[in-house]
Ligand binder design. Sequence first.
Ligand SMILES: Nc1ncnc2c1ncn2[C@@H]1O[C@H](COP(=O)(O)OP(=O)(O)OP(=O)(O)O)[C@@H](O)[C@H]1O
Length: 239
Amino acid sequence: MSSVVRFENVGLRYGTGAEVLRDLSFALDRGSMQVLLGSSGAGKTSLLKLIYLAQRPTRGFISTFDEEVTSLPREALPALRRRIGVVFQDFRLVPHLSAFDNVALPLRIAGRPEDEVREHVEEMLEWVSLTDRMSARPAILSGGEQQRVAVARAVIGRPDLLVADEPTGNIDPEMADRLLHLFQELNKLGTTIVIATHDAHLVSQLPGAKMLRLAGGTLSDPTGSVRAPPAPFRPLRPR
Ligand SMILES: Nc1ncnc2c1ncn2[C@@H]1O[C@H](COP(=O)(O)OP(=O)(O)OP(=O)(O)O)[C@@H](O)[C@H]1O
């Protein structure tokens, strides 16, 4: 099977600090769905940044859509980035644009006709239950509403690759189910998907998804069992 992204012995350090990612070698198969599991600080966001080309590795080799991106000039990256939808952990909505206009952005950038934009955006906002909030700017939306706008914006253009950083972190379980269903539908249409989370339960909600487990900056055996939970808290007994 061909791969959309391939890492070979990739490492990343910020400045002169220690490596936060090391010896990463894996491939994302075309049309696959992967859950990147790791605790807080494990390096999930850093790994996603390498995948969506916002960060270059300090060593190793990365290929994206069959281009060796590690040696590509900076000017060549935007064309590849346009094929990648990203749900950022901190949403990154455009503050002066309404929910509608934020979601419309990828379609307008792609030069799609305005009547088509309207139809698609309305449909997408309905899917994430934000029809009645479409005129609101991000500042007056709740965290969960902003997250749903961010997801809608990332998926609306049917990207070849979708990268989502804790995309269900701020929403209730019912809406989380709805978003996961949306990701599965997109995956059926051919989009390769990577979802980073610290929530091991998410894997069981995505039948067919493969797991990548990140710990201490490196990928462990994805077939390995989930680490045992810590011993239960036992308060001191009164003497
Ligand atoms: N821009 C940066 N400069 C320096 N260190 C950074 C930078 N970004 C992340 N780090 C460090 O890299 C390590 C991994 O961080 P990262 O944000 O990738 O983890 P994470 O698994 O996404 O965590 P969380 O689940 O809490 O978001 C941390 O030790 C963090 O402090």
